[in-house]
Design a protein around this ligand. Structure first.
Ligand SMILES: C[S@@+](CC[C@H](N)C(=O)[O-])C[C@H]1O[C@@H](n2cnc3c(N)ncnc32)[C@H](O)[C@@H]1O
Length: 259
């Protein structure tokens, strides 16, 4: 299956925007899901491999499988994790036999999946009886400061900007848990995971937006230089015009359940 153009980008470009949060998020997400040695695991929507990396450190590369529709990200995840089975494919149609894994996790993916109900059914199908499922998505109600600040600035300059913070499903507490309950998972638990990233300055922050990554990168690519400069200035103003390093907090909502 072809990858979505917004994620047919390099791993380095992704890391400048979102990847710098993904490692810390993966550690806390795996803690919440109770991932530990001896489990066979699947990373759904692996991207360049932040969660994959955490899984490898916990269970070993031979027990980690990863899948993503982006050809560029599959290639990068394979490069970063040569001993992991990384395949091209989507959450709605997982190319694995029934009951293949003890843990099936998906980090920052559900809000991009076209048919989340089919994805949840597939995650349940490939889980062994008693296995753990988990998903997490950014808090689009305000707790993910990077995305929130960008889109507030973009809408302030251009009221027609396609602010994903107002349109994304799964960005509120309990959304993923509802999906899992409806899919038939039991013992569903939901909560928040808080992480952060440090920026050397506004230039460092802005560098994440100009490489075509995700909805923000796609939007910025359509803008004139003047329009970009206006959003950048508005973002900096909303962050207090920092002159040196600063930290942005980011909250994700997660849900886990059992098959
Ligand atoms: C924000 S990135 C998250 C990547 C990685 N999991 C992380 O935490 O850094 C979203 C990922 O979802 C993938 N994706 C989009 N639609 C998908 C689908 N239908 N099934 C599986 N993955 C999908 C994208 O290709 C991209 O790699």
């Amino acid at each position: 299956m072809a990858g979505d153009v917004q994620f047919e980008v390099s791993g380095d470009a992704y890391d400048r925007l979102i990847g710098r949060y993904s490692g810390m998020l993966a550690t806390r997400f795996c803690d919440a899901a109770g991932v530990s040695a001896g489990q066979t695991t699947l990373d759904v929507g692996c991207g360049p491999g932040a969660l994959t990396s955490e899984l490898v450190s916990r269970v070993g590369a031979a027990s980690v499988t990863a899948i993503d529709p982006s050809h560029a990200f599959v290639a990068e995840c394979r490069r970063r994790h040569p001993d992991v089975d990384v395949r091209t494919g989507s959450a709605e149609s997982l190319a694995y036999p029934d009951a293949s894994f003890d843990a099936v996790l998906s980090q920052l993916v559900l809000h991009f999946v076209g048919d989340p109900e089919s994805a949840a059914a597939e995650m349940r199908r490939v889980l062994r009886q008693g296995g753990v499922v988990g998903a997490c998505v950014w808090d689009f109600t305000g707790g993910m400061r990077l995305l929130r600040t960008f889109w507030l600035a973009a809408v302030a300059i251009d009221p027609g900007a396609p602010a994903e913070t107002t349109v994304r499903r799964f960005g509120a507490d309990g959304d993923a848990a509802s999906l899992f309950r409806a899919a038939g998972f039991r013992d569903v638990v939901a909560g928040a995971i808080d992480v952060e990233a440090t920026y050397t300055g506004v230039d460092d922050l802005w560098s994440g937006f100009t490489n075509g990554v995700g909805p923000i990168g796609q939007y910025v690519a359509t803008l004139s230089a003047d329009h970009r400069a206006a959003i950048r200035a508005e973002m900096a103003r909303r962050l207090g015009n920092p002159l040196g390093p600063f930290v942005l907090s980011a909250r994700a909502w997660y849900a886990t359940g059992r098959s």
